[in-house]
Write a protein that binds this ligand. Sequence first.
Ligand SMILES: *Cc1c(COP(=O)(O)O)cnc(C)c1O
Length: 384
Amino acid sequence: MIPYGKQDISDADIAAVVEVLKSDFLTQGPAVPAFEQAIRNQCGADHAVVVNSATSALHLACLALGVGHGSLVWTSPVTFVASANCALYCGADVDFVDIDPHTYNLSVEQLAEKLAAAERDGCLPDVVIPVHLAGQSCDMRAIHRLSQRYGFRIIEDASHAIGADYEGRPVGSCDFSDIVVFSFHPVKIVTTGEGGCAVTRSSELAAAMELLRSHGITRDAEKMTCAPDGGWYYQQIALGFNYRMTEIQAALGISQMQRLSAFVARRRQLASQYMTMLEHLPVTLPYQADHSASAWHLFIIRLHEQYEKNKASIFDELRRSGIGVNLHYIPVHTQPYYQQRGFCLGDFPEAEHYYRQAISIPMFHAMTDEQQLQVVTVLERVLQ
Ligand SMILES: *Cc1c(COP(=O)(O)O)cnc(C)c1O
């Protein structure tokens, strides 16, 4: 089976992990700060807080921005459930903004309309979480402009988008947001096995997230309520978590970051080849906005309307033929848990329309041209 996504582990990656295993620290050593430095170098943001998953990073980002009971967070319905769950962890409410029919990202027009209505009804969101689906940035300049008009904070869920650019600057620069979150799950662009990171320009937000990732415990005398009793002393000054990343994971991350530009370059090449190879098929190819250069975490095609009713059998036939297709994503508001919270089918029609047509086809760094040709050949046959 040609998978839809897969990590690429080099001998250098393995050597870096082995080196840490032989060192003094398996956690809380020098590799985590070195990995954070590598991410800062990539993004050009001042602070990077590495944690054990993007889900944890989203949770900490919400907490750092003061999300809690009575807060309201908006995100896209076409995302992994974690983009919405992070607000619920904090006791906040979640709502969604329907997607743009071309980019499949949260629609700026829908956002503007929903904000105007929310202002009239007195229920503006505190935080909006745009998700850079498949690695293509949302229109952050426009979303930022709306945040200034309506006074909400922004967390970019860039789980798919490390290595992508927006207006010629790297995603993660925080030019138009408070915090940007990356995932290092094995199917994403860069992996640490499990892992995530929150980057920000704000030293206050970074300090809040650093505190909460390690139990809310500080060893910094400046932050304590009284002078330390002695050299052993620490204080818990907030209710935090154990969201730390291990040294083993960070060593893998440092080594992987050295190949980020090669990873993204190959993905871009595969994407541009797909664009030509699939042109004649009855599918909609991924639209690329002028403002962004995708990192191509995913290659999502949409079957034309007449195939909708046969989509499940087309999907199964592709899998039977050795093509590891997938679907990103089942709209979050249609999940039973969210239906129990009051969301209904029909609430976000563009997302639901997308769901009836979308299929992710294989896209990963080590994919060969031969494998790509095989994907195209099978698609041609199945869509005949
Ligand atoms: C993968 C993913 C997450 C969660 O990442 P983890 O590192 O697995 O916790 C969140 N949001 C999006 C959009 C993702 O694709």
